[in-house]
Design a protein around this ligand. Structure first.
Ligand code: NAD
Ligand code: DAU
Length: 340
C-alpha cells in the first residue's frame, strides 16, 4: 500500500488535496500532519476521519523529533508539504513564525526524507516568490526562469524554502520537486483571504475593505485544478524541477469584489477603500507552458463557474465559516482593519 504524507492537510488546499487523493487512489494510505494553527480546522476533515486508510496526526513540522518519529512509523513514499503560514498581512505583522514554519519546517521534512528514503518530496510553493509584475506590461509573465525577488516576509520565507529544496536536490540527490501556483479559491478557504472574506462580509452587510485603489491584479485558479496539477507533478513530473501552475485568469481585485456583490445581489455601496497593504505586489501572472507541455495539464474550471460554485459552497456551509469568524479571527480583524 502506498503511503502519502500530506502536511498542512487541515488547511484550505491541503484538505482539498486529501479529498482528491482519497477519491483518485482509494487503495492508498493518507497520513495528514497538521499543527491546527488558527488556519487549520479539523471540522474540514470530519467527513474522512473515520476512513480506515486515513490518519490524522496533530503535530508541527517544526518539531523535528515528532517528524522523524512519524516517518519511522509510517515510512511514506510520497511527502507533499502544504504546511505553512500563508497570509501576507499576518506576515507583515509578525514575520518570525513564517520563518520557523515555512523554512525550518521544510528542512525537518527533507532531513526525514533523506534519512528514511522517499519516492518524492513535493514542496508546494507560490508565484509570490517571483515578486510582482508591472500593471502596464500585460505581455510579461512569470516563467520558471524568472529570478526570485520576494516582496513580503511571507514570500521571502517561501523563496528561502524553495532555495533549500533546490540545494537538497543538488547536494544530497533528494528526489524533490517544487510547484509555484497562483492565487487559489474554492471550498474551505479561511475567510481572511480576499474571496471568502468578501463573501462573508457581503452576506453580513458589512463593509468590503479593498486595499488601495483595488487595481492590483491576481491570477486566479480553482483549487481542484491546483490539486490535479500537484498529483501529476508528484507522479509524472521530473525530480529536481520547478513547475509553474496557473490558468491565465488575471483579474483586478475591484472587479472580483464587484462580481461577488452582483452574485449575492448586494449593493456596491458596501465597497470601502482602505489603506493599502505595505509593499503590496501589483500584479501576478503565471506562464503555465511547462506543465502543459511536459504533463498535459490544463485548468478545467472557468472562473465564472468556479466563483459560482465557491459562493454556493459558502452559502451552504455557514456553520463551517461562522464558527471561524468568531474568537481569534475577531481580534485579528479588529487589529488589521480597525484603524484603516
Ligand atoms: P492555509 O493557511 O489554509 O493552511 C495552512 C495549514 O498548515 C493549516 O492547516 C495549518 O494548521 C497548517 N500549519 C501551519 N503551521 C504548521 C506547522 N508548523 N506544522 C504543521 N502544520 C502547520 O494555507 P493554504 O492556502 O491551504 O496554502 C497551502 C500551501 O499552498 C502553502 O504552502 C502556501 O504557501 C501554498 N500556496 C497557497 C496559495 C493560495 O492561494 N492559498 C497559492 C499558492 C501556493
Ligand atoms: O499568489 C499566491 C498567494 O495568494 C499565496 O501564496 C498566499 O498564501 C495567498 O494568501 C495569496 O496571497 P495574496 O496576498 O494575493 O492573497 P489575499 O487573499 O490576501 O489578497 C488578494 C488580493 O486582495 C491582494 O491584492 C490584496 C487584496 N485584498 C486582500 C484582503 C484580505 C484586499 O483588497 N482586501 C482584503 O481585505
Amino acid at each position: 500500500m502506498t503511503t502519502y504524507l500530506v502536511t498542512g492537510g487541515a488547511g484550505f488546499i491541503g484538505s482539498n488535496f486529501i479529498f482528491h487523493l482519497l477519491e483518485r487512489y482509494p487503495q492508498a494510505r493518507i497520513v495528514c500532519l497538521d499543527a491546527l494553527t488558527y488556519a487549520g480546522n479539523l471540522s474540514t476533515l470530519a467527513g474522512v476521519m473515520e476512513r480506515e486508510n486515513f490518519r490524522f496526526v496533530r503535530g508541527s513540522v517544526t518539531d523535528r523529533e515528532a517528524v522523524f518519529a512519524l516517518f519511522q512509523e509510517e515510512r511514506p513514499e510520497y511527502v507533499v508539504n502544504f504546511a505553512a503560514e500563508t497570509h501576507v498581512d499576518r506576515a507583515i505583522e509578525s514575520p518570525g513564525v513564517f520563518l520557523e514554519t515555512n523554512i525550518l519546517g521544510t528542512q525537518n521534512l527533507m532531513d526525514a526524507c533523506r534519512q528514511y528514503g522517499v519516492e518524492r518530496f513535493h514542496q508546494v510553493s507560490t508565484d509570490e516568490v517571483y515578486g510582482d509584475l508591472p500593471l502596464d506590461r500585460p505581455e510579461l509573465l512569470f516563467t520558471e526562469e524568472t529570478p526570485l525577488c520576494a516582496s513580503s516576509p511571507y514570500s521571502a520565507s517561501k523563496a528561502a524554502a524553495d532555495l533549500l529544496v533546490q540545494a537538497y536536490v543538488r547536494t544530497y540527490g533528494l528526489p524533490a520537486s517544487i510547484s509555484r501556483c497562483s492565487n487559489n479559491y474554492g471550498p474551505y478557504q479561511f475567510p481572511e483571504k480576499l474571496i471568502p472574506l468578501m463573501i462573508a462580509n457581503a452576506l453580513a452587510d458589512r463593509p468590503l475593505p479593498v486595499y488601495g485603489t483595488g487595481e492590483n491584479v491576481r491570477d486566479w485558479l480553482y483549487v481542484a485544478d491546483h490539486c490535479k496539477a500537484i498529483d501529476l507533478i508528484l507522479h509524472r513530473g521530473r525530480a529536481g524541477q520547478v513547475y509553474n501552475i496557473g490558468g491565465h485568469n488575471e483579474m483586478r481585485n475591484i472587479d472580483i469584489v464587484r462580481r461577488i456583490l452582483a452574485c449575492l445581489h448586494k449593493s456596491e455601496t458596501l465597497i470601502t477603500f482602505v489603506k493599502d497593504r505595505a509593499g503590496h505586489d501589483l500584479r501576478y501572472a503565471i506562464d503555465p507552458a511547462k506543465i502543459h507541455r511536459e504533463l498535459g495539464w490544463l485548468p478545467e474550471t472557468r472562473f465564472a463557474e468556479g466563483l459560482e460554485k465557491t459562493i454556493d459552497w459558502y452559502l451552504a456551509h455557514r456553520d463551517w465559516w461562522e464558527q471561524i469568524v468568531s474568537g481569534e479571527y475577531r481580534a485579528y480583524y479588529q487589529r488589521m482593519y480597525g484603524g484603516r
